[in-house]
Ligand binder design. Sequence first.
Ligand code: UDP
Ligand code: MG
Length: 318
Amino acid sequence: MKKKILISIPAYNETENIFPLYEKISSVLKSEEKEVDFEILFIDDGSTDRSVETILDLMNVADEVSLIALSRNYGKEVAMTAGFDYADHDAVITMDADLQHPPETILKMIDLWEKGYEDIYAKRNKRKGEPWFKKLFSRWFYKILERLSNTPVLADAGDFRLLDRKVVAALRQLRETQRYTKGLYNWVGFKKVSIEFDAEERLHGKTKWNFGSLMKLAIEGITSYTTAPLKISMYFGFLISLVAFIYMIYILIKTLIFGADTSGFPSLMIVMLFLGGCQLISIGILGEYIGRIFLETKGRPLYFIENVYKSKKQTSRQ
Ligand code: UDP
Ligand code: MG
């Protein structure tokens, strides 16, 4: 029997990219006869433009395209989860809708999958059209994350992946609302291998990330992946207490020998402000984790679906 592969594509305001993307994918898939049955699933993440209509137009001419429309914008991580939940295929390929992930790579991924790898992730070897600070920021971020969590974090590996059904089944069980998917891929394990691709510039539209949302993702990445910040703030507390203790003995002896004078206001002020700052930071870190506990204990579903439109191929099969 033919293997079934789902190509899962989260899309948020990608109207202009949908037809070009489909054409590119289907020309790649047709170029090489693989013994594989493809389904292309778009997950509309609450787009406010004409993405849904455009995908429905596409479905009129393309038999293998399906669409899940989510009830609002949940963010890419959750949209991808909706794709995993939908899949009952032998493998799932996740890719972006903006043509930054070249569809030619799909064929190479499938080759590796047939060789027995279960999580094939594409690494970009160049970051075209991205501002230098974004590159710098993301490099630092991965370095720090790697240090803090003691597990290799695969920098430059985005969400362009082929996942075997085993990996998908595992990911499906991780229902945390605060999702840092890259961390999850590593956490579930399985046989991983990387391939390289040249990242292209976005075909149409703008990236949905800005500095604020990247910062948020970075904090999410760290706090959902490791509890190291809590430890660091504790160690820091120990260090400051130690220094304060030594300083205390020094002042005590000084006062006993030379008597007290009223000077020392600047140093008092500095110590107070510094400690106040440290305490606020530690409380903030603590709060970040408690906030996460709060969000998880609500146990809400990750998303709601507005509508599912099955591909013609599937509807005719049933
Ligand atoms: N995306 C999404 N929901 C969002 C933001 C983005 O589904 O809230 C999708 C988007 O349509 C695209 C992919 O996630 O297919 C990557 O988004 P983008 O190109 O903005 O990110 P970048 O490539 O800059 O990291
Ligand atoms: Mg992009």
